[in-house]
Design a protein around this ligand. Structure first.
Ligand code: SAH
Ligand code: DHB
Ligand code: MG
Length: 212
């Protein structure tokens, strides 16, 4: 999207409070990769979760907790965000972020590799936000479908992957993973989905059926 439009949306609808700004500053100070969601994407995730009155949400890929704060803030008292992170340093910074935002009671951070953690989780999530490594995206798709309740939202960041998703000649593992995920989201009979062109693209789908 044109940067001017993005700034307009962010300033009007997704202005950060001091806590989110602080979390972002810490992110930068710790030299975390600048691949967290943008404020406007964070606000979009927040609105979507509020719209379905989500109570149990799963995130794959916590990084420094920035998206997690947007997600957890959308939950009512007694709600819970489960977020998976394989990098110990990232996990520690994310935990600090949830503490700072006073959300630690609402967040369960599980340290580990997603494909090892996912089989241990009970199904019934209201939403699953996928934002980790891109090669296993087809596997994350299957896990998302398995763990979501009917009516739940499947959300996946980097649908365009900087344009690589649109380039069939890009045979890199990341591009192949993103394209495979998008194909599954488009055609799987259990899901009705589209892409919202926010930042690097957000796949959003509603699980309408438990089986094909
Ligand atoms: N959702 C975050 C950004 C996540 S960046 C935000 O918007 O703020 C991707 C994160 O996924 C990184 O922290 C990386 O360490 C983690 N990750 C990558 N592969 C993973 C895997 N297989 N299992 C769990 N976490 C993984
Ligand atoms: C990149 C961006 C992301 O949002 C992500 O989840 C992974 C990688 C990137 O710009 O490389
Ligand atoms: Mg991402």
């Amino acid at each position: 999207m044109d940067d001017r439009f993005e700034r307009y949306v962010t300033e009007l609808f997704a202005a950060e409070d001091p806590i989110l700004s602080k979390i972002r500053a810490r992110h930068a100070a710790e030299n975390l990769p600048a691949i967290n969601v943008s404020p406007e994407e964070g606000k979009l995730l927040y609105v979507l979760l509020r719209a379905i009155q989500a109570k149990r949400v799963l995130e794959i890929g916590s990084l420094g907790g920035y998206s997690g704060v947007w997600l957890a803030r959308a939950l009512p008292a007694g709600g819970e965000l489960t977020t998976i992170e394989k990098d110990h340093r990232h996990a520690k910074i994310a935990r600090d972020a949830f503490d700072l935002a006073r959300l630690h009671g609402r967040v369960q951070l599980i340290e580990g590799s997603a494909l090892e953690v996912l089989p241990t989780l009970p199904p019934g999530f209201d939403a699953v936000f996928i934002d980790a490594d891109k090669e296993p995206l087809p596997q994350y798709f299957e896990w998302g479908m398995k763990l979501l309740r009917r009516g739940g939202l499947l959300l996946c960041d980097n649908a365009f992957f900087h344009g690589a998703a649109l380039d069939p000649n890009d045979r890199s593992g990341n591009a192949v993973g993103v394209r495979a995920f998008n194909e599954l989201a488009a055609h799987d009979p259990r899901l009705v989905a589209t892409i919202i062109p926010v930042r690097d693209g957000l796949v959003i789908g509603v699980k309408t059926r438990d089986s094909a």
